[in-house]
Design a binder for this molecule. Structure first.
Ligand code: MCA
Ligand code: AMP
Length: 484
């Protein structure tokens, strides 16, 4: 198989990665990651403490060069989530930037000679003799939430990464001359695979902002960056800022490509950005398990409210409730999106039951509902599972949060729903029956509890207190009866 990162092997002197004032060329990255890779061979799996830093990118590339599967870990994971990910993925080593204080669940796996760092004292070819693993070998294990239970580890083989990144090269005319800017977290597909590994595979470069703000976007797009990747919340914040920020409008107007994904970008925000900048945001649709499925093409017609057409190599069908494929491209027949292709994951780690349930006749069931326009453009209209919430572009399972809320001593009953939110798309709402109605736990107490056990982005943004949850005759909570 050809190498994942040809520009590393070619020791290109062009910039590859920039985080703050730290930059590495492809040649320097080849040295840094290649040297680290040599200390990783023989490890079964390596966890990477995925702070938005240069070290994380070097650590992930090193493990990929060594052929050791990588488990990116949210550095803000709460105790329960972290314990689950560590127990489930059983890494033999953790890579973190030097000096990071790791939580006990991972500290024992750290090794002083293997840190996610970027030595700059050499440019020799340290990648040379590392053998290229098979295309089916696992590259990354990315944890993703389901409706109930703890997150599942999606095992992504190397061919899924190359298939998706090369299909995006085709759809976006993505080249080595592109300079990407983004501020996405590095423990999910969007920020890590598209945002870091994508530019590296193209031989181009990426500037990571550390954290999102419109000033950083303005600065980078005005000084050479050509592409921006973001979740709809980021584009919403851009749309809000544009009215009073001509420099931001000018910077966006000069970009080659503005790409949004991870959730639907509301048409209102599409329109505001187009009106202020003359530029249309391009949407693409993907999933942790499938990587990228569709996109509006760089040379295609951007159409607000659609996610474009299937990417090269991706087969996509809509299936009705009876399980039959819908033949119509009529802009109105709704069906579940099912996909097939080299971009797909191989399995959920340690979960053969869940893996089997996710497929039907070799097609992966996405759970997303859509219609197709006559020219093949896909419009996502909803989701099968109401217990999956997309907030800020993060997928969050209601059941996981309910279980943690029920562990709080002040909570007798709990239900979690998603409500429309102009900034986050959906906002997590917790409906609580307190154990002691006179002294219910405060909103902050419950948010901190969830953030401490799971992750900050899973915390409820609103808490509503009830005397009892609405239940049907079978005792099942009727979530549709819960309204703000
Ligand atoms: C707040 N914080 C807390 C608490 N409250 N920490 C602990 N306990 C608390 N009670 C922290 C937050 O973690 C955050 O820290 C900071 O305070 C500010 O929080 P907040 O203002 O609430 O942040 P936000 O407004 O919710 O952030 C919006 C965001 C974020 C920046 C857009 O949602 C984001 O980065 N989304 C990206 C999601 C993504 O990449 N999805 C890809 C997966 P700090 O700032 O330090 O974190 S989907 C995917 O990969 C598929 C394949 C696809 O299609 O793309
Ligand atoms: P995740 O499992 O976190 O990777 O999230 C995948 C889900 O995000 C998909 O199943 C969709 O529901 C949603 N998604 C991703 N991109 C888009 C988009 N451009 N428009 C609408 N939904 C999207």
């Amino acid at each position: 198989m050809s190498p994942l990162f040809p520009a590393l092997a070619a020791r290109s002197q062009r910039p590859a990665l920039r985080f703050g004032d730290r930059t590495l060329t492809h040649a320097e990255l080849a040295y840094a990651a290649g040297s680290l890779a040599r200390t990783l061979t023989g490890e079964r799996r390596v966890a990477v403490w995925a702070t938005p830093t240069l070290g994380t990118a070097v650590g992930v590339v090193a493990a990929l060069l060594a052929g050791v599967p990588v488990v990116p870990v949210n550095p803000r994971s709460g105790e329960k989530e972290l314990a689950h990910i560590v127990a489930d993925s059983a890494p033999t080593l953790v890579l973190a930037e030097p000096g990071v204080a790791l939580p006990p669940a991972l500290a024992a796996l750290a090794r002083a000679d293997a840190t996610a760092d970027a030595p700059r004292d050499g440019t020799g070819d340290a990648t040379g003799a590392l053998p290229e693993p098979s295309p089916e070998a696992p590259a990354l294990i990315v944890y993703t939430s389901g409706t109930t239970g703890p997150p599942k580890g999606a095992v992504l083989p190397r061919r899924a990464l190359t298939a998706t990144l090369d299909a995006l090269e085709d759809a976006w005319q993505w080249t080595a001359d592109d300079v990407l800017v983004h501020a996405l977290p590095l423990f999910h597909v969007h920020g890590l695979i598209l945002g870091i590994l994508g530019p590296l595979r193209r031989g181009g470069s990426v500037t990571h902002l550390g954290r999102f703000d419109t000033a950083g976007v303005t600065r980078e797009l005005s000084s050479g960056a050509t592409m921006l990747f973001g979740v709809p919340t980021m584009y919403h914040r851009i749309a809000e800022a544009l009215a009073d920020d001509p420099a931001l409008a000018e910077a966006l107007a000069g970009a080659r490509l503005l790409v949004s994904g991870s959730a639907a970008l509301p048409v209102h925000d599409h329109r505001r950005i187009a009106a202020a900048t003359g530029r249309r945001v391009v949407e693409r649709y993907g999933m942790t398990e499938t990587l990228m499925n569709t996109s509006v093409r760089a040379d295609g017609e951007p159409r607000a409210g659609t996610v474009g057409v299937p990417l090269r190599g991706v087969e996509l069908r809509l299936v009705d409730e009876a399980g039959a494929a819908i033949a119509a491209y009529d802009g109105e027949s709704v069906g579940e999106i099912q996909v097939r292709g080299p971009n797909l994951f191989t399995e959920y780690l340690n979960r053969p039951d869940a893996t089997e349930a996710a497929f039907t006749d070799g097609w992966f069931r996405t759970g997303d509902m859509a219609i197709r326009d006559p020219d093949g453009y896909v419009r996502i209209v909803g989701r099968k599972a109401t217990d999956l919430i997309k907030s800020g572009g993060y997928k969050i399972g209601a059941g996981e949060i309910e279980n943690v809320l029920l562990e709080h001593p002040g909570v007798r009953e709990a239900a979690v729903t998603g409500e429309p939110d102009p900034d986050l798309g959906e906002r997590i709402v917790a409906w609580i029956v307190p154990a002691r109605p006179e002294t219910p736990p405060t909103e902050k107490e419950l948010a901190d509890h969830v953030a401490g056990q799971l992750a900050a982005h899973k915390r409820p943004r609103t808490v509503r207190y009830l005397e009892a949850l609405p239940r049907n005759d079978m005792g099942k909570i009727m979530k549709r009866a819960l309204h703000g």
